[in-house]
Design a protein around this ligand. Structure first.
Ligand code: HEM
Length: 167
């Protein structure tokens, strides 16, 4: 069988897609309060996407902590991260798509959302490098830990600002 394998998009191309979608959503989202059934459905999708995306990120980081505590192997962490890729990006996409109907967020939250997206691409790059090393160098592990810390910081900044802005 002659299987044709599509080459995965380069990180630079993925970054262009993330920045493009992020900018398009910010420009197109309404700047006045949205009310009624559109708001309610969009908020439901927003919160569901948050559970899916951040839930998957937390699972990967939990395995990372188990690895630090020597209760899991590095390949357990990498396998979890590879499996979590789809729910993380599905959640992020759902947050952007539902945000389009909720309204444009203030600049600090918008920046946190962009950091989530771009850092996610960087984390994916580190993941594929880690998966190729039997004995990953310390520098690569430190960069992966930093990417995980930035990811947590950006996700929780967006959560807290989203929550506060909706009060
Ligand atoms: C990582 C991405 C995001 C996260 C984690 C996030 C998180 C949240 C959270 C926790 C809330 C509070 C919901 C509530 O208290 O009922 C919220 C509300 C909101 N979000 Fe997001 N959000 C994200 C992306 C976006 C984007 C891209 C937009 C717009 C383009 C957006 C627009 C809004 C708006 C307008 C509300 C207020 C909804 C309301 O209560 O009327 N969010 N977000």
């Amino acid at each position: 069988m002659t299987g044709r394998h599509r080459r995965p998009a380069s990180p630079a191309w993925r970054a262009v897609v993330v920045v493009g979608c992020w900018s398009a959503v910010l420009v197109a989202a309404p700047h006045e309060p949205v009310v009624g059934v559109v708001h309610d459905v969009a908020l439901f999708v927003h919160l569901t996407s948050l559970v899916v995306g951040l839930g998957a990120v937390l699972l990967v980081d939990w395995f990372g902590m188990r690895w630090l505590a020597r209760r899991a192997t590095l390949s357990d962490v990498l396998r979890t991260a590879e499996g979590a890729h789809v729910p993380i990006w599905a959640g992020f996409t759902g947050l952007l798509a539902s945000g389009l109907f909720l309204g444009a967020p203030a600049a600090p939250k918008a920046i946190a959302v962009l950091v989530v997206g771009l850092n996610g691409i960087y984390a994916g790059l580190l993941l594929s490098r880690l998966s190729r090393c039997a004995e990953p160098p310390v520098g690569l592990l430190v960069r992966a830990a930093l990417a995980a810390a930035i990811s947590q910081g950006a996700w929780w900044t967006a959560v807290v600002l989203g929550y506060l802005n909706s009060r």
